[in-house]
Design a protein around this ligand. Structure first.
Ligand SMILES: [Zn+2]
Length: 243
């Protein structure tokens, strides 16, 4: 196989390898992306649960104020009944004072009851809003997951074909020169790009200047040359050959 054809085969192999890398990288990211979306939904659900818990505690408090009021009212009734069986003015006055005190407690507890009731209404509104947010997020996350799953499968299909393509591309290079294929693999492991064109008198990978003599040699294509700085395999990147 001519050097020109070997270089073409290498460039072709690299193209396939790069596309495989790109798709594999995309697919590797997908589980994380789905995880992030699920986390977002879980956070919203947690906030909703906290609000519900808050509402429950407020209701308990409010209900206990109601119990307090009933208790105080019963005591007032007791005291009122006792007023008729007292023996002295002093005792009568003392019972009256107790009734006044109890009525004050009733007033305070009733006010607290109303304040708590309003707070419950406010939390109730927040719960309603948060529920909408959760429902929206549920829909979005489901859609996102379905899309990503589809993307993943599509990429896998492409990858399957590309891996077949790579196999035959590697075979082609190997048949021509096994050492060249090994060199390609070695450089690619370190540099990702293993075959690069000469552009503007420089290596297309590391941009080191290539001497004119070497450029001529690369152009003549009697042999395969590599960049002396980065070891990448060079090909002539003149207008005719550029990708
Ligand atoms: Zn270089």
């Amino acid at each position: 196989m001519s050097v020109s054809k070997q270089l073409k085969a290498l460039v072709q192999l690299q193209k396939v390898d790069k596309e495989i890398d790109r798709l594999e990288e995309l697919n590797e990211k997908i589980p994380n992306q789905i995880g992030e979306e699920e986390k977002r939904l879980a956070d919203l659900e947690e906030e909703l649960e906290e609000l519900k818990q808050q509402r429950l505690e407020l209701m308990k408090k409010r209900d206990s104020r109601e119990v307090d009021v009933k208790g105080f009212e019963e005591k007032v009734e007791d005291k009122k009944a006792k007023k008729f069986s007292v023996n002295s003015q002093q005792e009568f006055n003392s019972i009256n004072q107790e009734i006044i005190n109890l009525n004050q407690k009733i007033e305070t507890a009733s006010e607290e009851y109303l304040v708590l009731d309003e707070e419950i209404d406010r939390v109730q509104d927040e719960i309603r809003e948060q529920t909408v947010l959760v429902q929206e997020a549920e829909g979005e996350v489901e859609k996102f997951k379905a899309e990503r799953q589809k993307q993943l499968e599509k990429n896998e299909e492409k990858l399957e074909k590309l891996r077949e393509k790579r196999k035959s591309a590697r075979e082609k290079v190997k048949e021509a020169d096994e050492d060249l294929l090994n060199k390609y693999d070695r450089v690619r492991k370190k540099r990702q790009q293993a075959v690069v064109p000469i552009t503007e008198h420089a290596c297309g990978g590391c941009y080191s200047r290539i001497p004119a003599q070497r450029i001529n040699e690369v152009r003549e294509m009697n042999k395969i040359y590599t960049c002396e700085s980065c070891s990448r395999i060079l090909y002539w990147g003149g207008k005719d050959d550029q990708e």
